[in-house]
Design a binder for this molecule. Structure first.
Ligand code: SAM
Length: 430
């Protein structure tokens, strides 16, 4: 397979492409490399290849013409890939796809602020991103892509199976490796690897692989081909339970009606049940039903008594367990005080809304809230009626973006919004 780099720095590729297995593969004719420098195609006297961006702003932009001429000089470009943060992520799947395609690859390496957008319109360019970070130029990314693809080509690796057992090949990260000596600085090789019992070694490796994936990339587990035994093993592993730091608030006042007026909404039986079950399923720290109305508080407590201590609980102990997690209080401040007493720390209050509203609190992403859950308590507040009143949104420490805000219709019942938000935040892994 031929890799052709469109680069202002051809010398960048010299040593990495001649070292180790890559050098051998090159000598064996499995891979072949060439560089085309857009500077050689610049028509101006000083061979400039960049200019200032239209519209102003920092940095320089690679001009379309030298790039276009450089691309046109390549007789068989094959698939044209542009290394850019604005592209399809480079994954093992993409590497496999490119290796299996067997076509030449032309890799455009950007520099400065990137290239004139019109190059992407003139050529069938496929953008590829090597990670959520910014490099100085596309060359290092092109090398990553080259290695990931080349090593999957037939004949590149010594043993064919070394490509099938690695990280990402079965949706999991790989197990740890050990080699001689058996004891290094007092650290022995796990006994099982010396046992010669291949079935046990295989089982041990599977477990280590599952454990690393849970620790470092838990989201991969969602797509991994897990067996029931894998699930039992994963469940037995110690893990951070971020949900313990999360409390939910089902707020009946102050909330808005459809006209945007501040009102108090009455209790809905189903909301209380469903919040309790979400709280139990995700093992949360607390769940609050908040209403300032005495009769509504009495109603909520009667309901809870029935399900926790009364005939409901006797008939359905599972529900009793879930409902026992609910606390009824008169408002947000009381819940915040309760969380503070329970945990010894004032919670960060995160408000939710079905609409993008102007409010003084900042919008934050789920990653940020997950980070906060690792630091202390978080109180996630949901409004009944037509949503939390503006003063609650203003006073919160942060707000989450509405669920399905791109859709024309996102009027979810509060108990559904609550389940979806908690799952997005904690998923199966925390
Ligand atoms: C300084 S970067 C330009 C960053 C660009 N202004 C932006 O904010 O998206 C210069 C070049 O490095 C390459 N590059 C930077 N980060 C990359 C990444 N994560 N994946 C692939 N290429 C990248 C691209 O070719 C890019 O044109």
């Amino acid at each position: 397979m031929r890799f052709q780099y469109v680069t202002l720095f051809p010398e960048f590729f010299d040593s990495p492409l001649s070292a180790g297995l890559m050098g051998k593969a090159r000598a064996a004719g499995i891979v072949d490399f060439s560089c085309v420098n857009p500077r050689d195609f610049a028509q101006n006297k000083h061979h400039h290849v960049d200019d200032r961006p239209y519209g102003g702003g920092p940095g320089m932009v690679m001009q379309a013409d030298p790039l276009a001429r450089a691309l046109e000089s390549i007789p068989e470009p094959g698939r044209i890939l542009l290394l850019t943060p604005r592209g399809r992520p480079l994954t093992q799947d993409l590497a496999r796809e490119l290796a299996a395609g067997g076509r030449n690859l032309t890799l455009i390496c950007g520099r400065y602020e990137g290239l004139d957008e019109r190059v992407m319109e003139l050529f069938p360019v496929e953008p590829v991103c090597v990670g959520d970070f910014v490099l100085t130029g596309g060359e290092a990314g092109a090398l990553c892509l080259t290695e990931a693809v080349a090593r999957l080509l037939p004949g590149f690796m010594g043993k064919e199976e070394s490509g099938t057992e690695e990280s990402f090949s079965a949706g999991l990260l790989e197990y740890p490796h050990y080699t001689r000596p058996e004891d290094y600085r007092g650290l022995p090789v796990p006994e099982i690897l010396l046992s010669g019992d291949h079935a046990r070694i295989e089982a041990w490796r599977r477990e280590r692989s599952l454990a690393s994936t849970l620790t470092w990339r838990p989201e991969l587990l969602a797509d991994a081909n897990l067996t029931p035994e894998d699930a039992i093993f994963l469940r037995s592993l110690p893990r951070t339970r971020l949900g313990r730091a999360l409390s939910l608030g089902l707020c009946h006042h102050p909330v808005q009606n459809k006209a945007g007026e501040t009102i108090t909404v009455s209790l809905t039986n189903l909301d209380v049940h469903d919040m309790s079950r979400v709280s139990r399923s995700y093992d949360l720290g607390g769940a609050y039903v908040l209403t300032p109305l005495n009769d509504q508080q009495r109603l909520a407590r009667t309901l809870l008594r029935h399900w926790v201590e009364g005939p409901g609980g006797a008939a359905n102990p599972d529900r009793a367990e879930a409902m026992s997690r609910i606390t009824v209080l008169d408002g947000l401040d009381a819940a915040i005080r309760d969380i503070e007493e329970r945990t010894g720390q004032r919670p960060r209050v995160v408000a939710t809304s079905a609409r993008f509203e102007r409010a003084r609190s900042p919008l934050v992403g789920l990653d940020a809230v997950r980070g906060w859950l690792g630091e202390g308590p978080v109180f996630l507040v949901f409004g009944t009626g037509s949503g939390l009143a503006p003063e609650v949104l203003d006073a919160a420490d942060a707000r989450l973006a509405p669920i399905r805000f791109l859709a024309g219709y996102n009027h979810l019942p509060v108990r559904a919004a609550l389940g979806i938000t908690v799952d997005r935040l904690l998923g199966d892994f925390y």
